[in-house]
Design a protein around this ligand. Structure first.
Ligand code: IMP
Ligand code: MG
Length: 369
């Protein structure tokens, strides 16, 4: 992933693939042009890399020149195209091939056609490395197309975002979700996970997704997924991971404006961790860290027994039940600790101390991501 100005981009088309496509275009055009000496015309600025690589691969004599148009602001194409440097030579009777880096709306291409209308060229062919069919609004024929791409903003290989990115040898695509901090939060019962999640949520504009809450919400509101989950629960079966993932997906989509998510109660298994990774990947995002609050067993027992006295929660009142829950927690999370450690994403945080101290320790981890 790279950052240009305020935006994040992910790798999209590697240099090797671009090279192969440029080779194909050069060969194809050389075959069609035959014995004529063509004039290749690059549209500046974006096409400088395309032209440079293309003519190096062109197997026969040719001429090269450029015209310079300006049509883009930020990440949006504009109708208002300025001609900055026009044609400087007579093209009468010549075979002209326009070399473009990208054709988006086709506005630039319309201007190119306007420029060549009265030039009496023998033929005018359009070649472009990238083409966004969903964005194209014109009828001009595109004679040679390198790669058709979806209507998403790209940078690299001559293409820029507000001046940056032209020098990159490969092409990157804008991330659908901009930078996100996604955490998987763990902690044994009594570690203060809920309290800390509340603070982190506020401080970093994160959405706390507790799987238990999500289940209860969907079942209570009788959503399609809730009913599906309930049908398994009623049969005494485990809810399939895909159903849970679909519910989490809905939560993530509902909160598109958040800076990220705190996942709580999920994943519990390697398969779930992988499914969560896939879900985040489909949003151009990722899990950045598993953070586990670490508290010594004896302290947990003491805290929970204390809580049991005031809360009246039966499972907090009995020491052996408490110890079982703690053991079960470690049994369950050990696999995930390994899973995230292998990706350098596991962070154990000392969960003993004042609430503020612990929040500060958690913040230090998040700020370092
Ligand atoms: P059109 O006039 O909308 O076809 O856009 C053509 C020009 O817009 C190209 O020559 C580029 O300079 C610019 N452009 C279009 N799409 C992109 C993109 O995804 N990234 C960077 N520049 C783009
Ligand atoms: Mg251009």
């Amino acid at each position: 992933m790279i950052k240009l100005h305020d935006k994040f981009f992910k790798p999209f088309i590697p240099a090797k693939q671009i090279d192969e496509v440029m080779q194909r275009l050069a060969t194809e055009i050389a075959n069609d042009v035959g014995d004529e000496i063509p004039i290749f015309i690059g549209i500046l600025n974006g096409s400088f890399m395309v032209v440079s690589d293309f003519v190096k691969k062109y197997p026969k004599p040719c001429e090269v020149t450029f015209i310079k148009l300006a049509s883009y602001e930020g990440v949006k194409s504009t109708e208002d195209i300025q001609r900055l440097i026009g044609l400087t030579q007579d093209l009468t009777g010549r075979t002209v091939v326009i070399l473009e880096d990208i054709i988006d709306t086709g506005n630039t291409l319309a201007e190119v056609h306007r420029i060549f209308k009265n030039e009496n060229v023998k033929s005018l062919k359009i070649a472009t490395l990238f083409y966004k069919p969903e964005a194209y609004k014109k009828d001009f024929k595109l004679h040679y197309v390198g790669i058709e791409i979806p209507n998403k903003f790209i940078v690299g290989y001559g293409l820029d975002y507000d001046g940056l990115g032209r020098n990159l040898p490969e092409v990157y695509q804008i991330k659908q979700t901009q930078h996100m901090t996604n955490l998987v939060l763990f902690g044994p019962p009594g570690a203060g996970k809920g309290t800390q999640a509340e603070f982190l949520k506020e401080k970093y504009n994160l959405v706390h997704i507790s799987t238990g809450d999500v289940f209860r919400f969907n079942i209570k509101n009788e959503t399609a997924l809730g009913m599906l989950a309930k049908s398994f629960i009623d049969k005494g079966e485990l809810v399939p991971d895909q159903v849970t993932i679909d519910m989490l997906n809905a939560e993530v989509e509902k909160n598109a404006g958040a800076n990220g998510f705190i996942f709580d109660g999920f994943p519990r298994t390697n398969a779930q961790a992988e499914a969560l990774e896939k879900l985040m990947d489909s949003k151009d995002s990722q899990i950045n860290a598993m953070i586990a609050l670490e508290v010594d067993d004896e302290i947990l027992v003491e805290r929970l027994l204390g809580r049991g006295k005031t809360s009246g929660r039966a499972d907090d009142a009995n020491e052996s039940i408490i110890r079982n829950r703690i053991t079960e927690y470690y049994n369950k999370t050990a696999i995930l600790k390994e899973y995230y450690s292998a990706q350098d994403k596991y962070f154990g945080v000392d969960g003993v101390g004042s609430i503020e101290d612990i929040t500060e320790r958690l913040s230090a981890v998040i700020d370092s991501l």
